[in-house]
Ligand binder design. Structure first.
Ligand SMILES: [Zn+2]
Length: 157
């Protein structure tokens, strides 16, 4: 097998953050309400889900095990808070998603996200500003980082 390809760049880093849809709900509640007890968490989540207390405790336990949440004893109770910031998590999960697709598809994907998203005038200003600045380090051609056989950018033989 010849894996050489002159258009091939360095692979992106491996995935680090893996959060399920249910765990996202718990994380978002903890980001908004740091240092709450499991009972307070259960009360808050019952506003938007029909999860049982045991389910929420299981999710919490899983997040503690993954080191995304830490439990601190205060008096006779435990309170919970996240170990990672919301903004950093959003960024990492986004990066991770982009790592799954061919780098040559990233531009089109961003255009698609812009087209599908509801944006304020302010958001659009910021995007335009980012694009203007980005032009300074634009490249002629984006390098592919795909694994052999996973895209059509390079001929793998
Ligand atoms: Zn590729």
């Amino acid at each position: 097998m010849d894996y050489s390809c002159k258009r091939r760049g360095e692979p992106m880093k491996n995935e680090r953050i893996s959060i399920s849809d249910a765990e996202w709900k718990v994380m978002r509640t903890l980001w908004t309400n740091p240092n709450i007890t499991s009972q307070q968490l259960i009360n808050l989540l019952s506003l938007s889900t029909n999860w049982k207390a045991a389910t929420i405790k299981t999710l919490l336990g899983r997040l503690v095990k993954k080191n995304f949440v830490v439990a601190t004893k205060s008096g006779s109770k435990y309170t919970y808070m996240t170990t990672i910031k919301e903004s950093e998590t959003i960024r990492e999960v986004g990066e991770e998603f982009l790592a799954h697709i061919c780098r040559k598809q990233v531009g089109k994907t961003i255009v698609d996200w812009i087209q599908r998203s509801e944006l304020s005038f302010n958001d659009i200003e910021e995007i335009q500003q980012a694009l203007t600045e980005k032009k300074a380090d634009a490249v002629e051609e984006v390098m592919c980082h795909c694994e052999p056989g996973q895209c059509h950018c390079c001929k793998w033989s």
